[in-house]
Design a protein around this ligand. Structure first.
Ligand SMILES: [Zn+2]
Length: 251
């Protein structure tokens, strides 16, 4: 068994693996790389499979992730797999605390009250519980090293498994007021541009099409809109009118 170490800094993250035989690897990646991998694969293969293969996909190291063990979860959410609850909670945390800049509120309602009287508070409560539980599994320490973000003071997050590091990404983003969101179509965690803080999907061509279909209220309406739009553009061609071919004489 080895360890996983995440160094987060202003320009991104470095994910490091450490093994007992002192071999290790380093991966430079974007903020939310681990969460993004997990949420994208959860969309494709379901949360349990996504969790199971997370460390292998991210680092090549096989690791057994342990589910969150909270009494109220096993008592009240009996029909749900704890990994599924956690993946849902992670997505909620990013889309609410990070994208909307609404940090976890002090929620002093008991789980019982949330579950039976105010079910609308449940996602916030579950996300907060998952966040606190996973962050307690982290070991954090400062590092100053010329190879990490030009020697700037950096926080290292260390964990035996990878799931706590997904929550470390949330923790870092909360403290540094980063703005990211989960694409509802592919699960990718994407950076919200300063000039478009409410951008709702990642911008990939596939997701853009799905967004437009939703936006127009279904496939039929979307096709009609496309047809009218193309007509307006003229000749059924997309985009800008084509430039005349350069004949090489400079005119
Ligand atoms: Zn997407």
């Amino acid at each position: 068994m080895g360890k996983f170490i995440l160094a987060a800094g202003p320009t991104g993250q470095i994910l490091m693996t450490e093994k007992e035989d002192s071999t290790g690897k380093e991966y430079e990646c974007d903020h939310f790389h681990i969460s993004s991998l997990l949420l994208q694969r959860a969309k494709k293969y379901g949360p349990e499979k996504a969790v199971k293969n997370l460390s292998r996909i991210a680092t090549g190291n096989e690791t057994q992730e342990e589910p969150i063990q909270i009494d109220s979860w096993s008592a009240f959410l009996t029909h749900q797999n704890p990994f599924a609850i956690e993946v849902e909670a992670l997505q909620y945390a990013i889309n609410t605390w990070i994208a909307e800049q609404k940090p976890p509120a002090l929620w002093n309602t008991s789980f019982f009250a949330m579950f039976f009287e105010k079910p609308e508070l449940l996602p916030e409560g579950l996300a907060a519980e998952a966040f606190l539980y996973r962050c307690r599994q982290l070991q954090t320490r400062p590092e100053i090293n010329s190879e990490l973000f030009n020697g700037q003071l950096t926080t290292l997050y260390e964990s035996d498994t990878l799931l706590p590091l997904a929550w470390a990404e949330v923790w870092y983003a909360l403290q540094n007021k980063l703005r990211f969101r989960v694409c509802p179509y592919c699960g990718k965690v994407f950076k919200l541009p300063n000039n478009a803080p409410f951008k709702s999907y990642c911008g990939d061509a596939d997701c853009r099409q799905k967004y437009l279909i939703d936006y127009h209220g279904g496939l039929e309406a979307y096709r009609e809109w496309e047809r009218v739009r193309k007509k307006k553009l003229g000749g059924g061609k997309r985009g800008r009118p084509r430039k005349r071919k350069d004949n090489g004489n400079g005119d």
